[in-house]
Design a protein around this ligand. Structure first.
Ligand code: UDP
Length: 325
């Protein structure tokens, strides 16, 4: 049985990856320090003997006994609210954490895939974003701690590949949504759904004309799975090119939830990218991958998940205080 280490295992993407690798017949070691992850996301796997869980911070030395075939590094805060609350941890997990895991990959002769992000493109001046674009990042802005950690992560990963010859893969993940997103992480999908379910107005930041392109989690996981088992070492965008303005997205949520909420406008957070859409030609070419879940379908599944929360859990999920605007 092949063994895979998944960091950030209790998080949104990490937990879906655990499920997928268990389903494919792997022995999965999930690792998380539970700062932003939730143990509930992997609790259903605890009864399986093919699953182990280590409560560990990857910025400290990582030890795994025995053989290891693959590492997927998905530990990191991943929302603007989290970067504001824990900026130093965000920098450390992308830099020191990645260094530790690359060292582990070298030691075990394991293949490692690291989770990068569309944030490496910053507030992009090229549209849609392809992998050749170098990006437009403000190093000292509120998102800088995430963006620069992820950019460093890509550099050190390529350096380990070229200098030490280890097998590396880099995925640049665009906005993804689905069950197990954190209700109060401030991202627009749980924010809008939470507000609609609480009967509150939806908060649009800025004029709402900024765009995002949302990918359903199952499509993303499929892309990552294919990338790991491909022989392509350069970064690959994975995301859904179906682009929408935040204003139109708010209207879609109001329709979907069948509520009669209004939208209200707040200030746009600093360095909030005005547009974002992946160019996925590379993923099509090297992985024969493209998304196939429409937003209408994926959002229905996501809404079902959030409807499972109690009123008390929903009421704790208001994120606006953090943003202070
Ligand atoms: N956004 C919004 N209202 C909210 C939360 C987010 O209008 O309650 C906007 C946010 O300013 C951004 C977009 O939605 O322009 C996507 O935000 P998210 O945090 O989900 O992702 P990111 O900005 O990292 O793409």
């Amino acid at each position: 049985m092949k063994k895979v280490l998944i960091t950030g295992a209790a998080g949104f993407l990490g937990s879906h990856l655990c499920d997928r690798f268990i389903k494919e017949g792997f022995h999965v070691i999930g690792m998380d320090n539970l700062i932003t992850g939730d143990i509930k996301n992997v609790e259903h796997l605890f009864k399986l003997k093919q699953f182990e869980f280590y409560n560990h911070d990857v910025t400290k030395f990582v030890h795994i006994p025995g053989e290891l075939d693959y590492i997927l590094h998905f530990a990191s805060p991943a929302s603007p609210i989290d970067y504001l609350k824990i900026p130093i941890q965000t920098l450390k997990v992308g830099s020191l954490g990645t260094h530790n895991l690359l060292g582990l990959a070298k030691e075990k002769k394991a293949r490692i895939l690291i989770a990068s992000t569309s944030e490496v493109y910053g507030d992009p001046l090229v549209h849609p974003q392809n992998e050749e674009y170098y990006g437009n990042v403000n190093t000292i802005g509120p998102r800088g701690v995430y963006d620069e950690a992820k950019r460093f992560q890509e550099s050190i990963t390529m350096a380990y590949h070229t200098y030490h010859g280890i097998e590396t893969r880099i995925v640049r993940i665009f906005n993804t949504y689905g069950p197990r997103m954190r209700l109060n992480d401030g991202r627009v999908v749980p924010a809008f759904i939470g507000q609609a379910l609480r009967g509150e107005d939806l908060t649009i930041f800025g004029d709402g004309l900024q765009t995002r392109s949302f990918c359903y989690v199952d499509d993303l996981i499929e892309g990552i799975y294919r990338l790991l088992f491909s022989d392509y070492v350069y970064p690959v965008n994975i995301g859904n090119p179906d682009e929408i303005t935040i204003k139109d997205f708010a209207e879609e949520i109001i329709k979907l939830t069948g509520t009669d909420q209004k939208v209200i406008y707040k200030d746009l957070p600093v360095n909030d990218p005005l547009q974002r859409q992946p160019d996925i030609s590379k993923a099509k070419e090297v992985l024969d991958w493209e998304p196939n879940v429409f937003r209408s379908e994926g959002m229905k599944l996501t809404l079902e998940y959030f409807k499972g929360f109690s009123e008390k859990e929903l009421s704790k999920s208001d994120h606006r205080d953090f943003l202070n605007n």
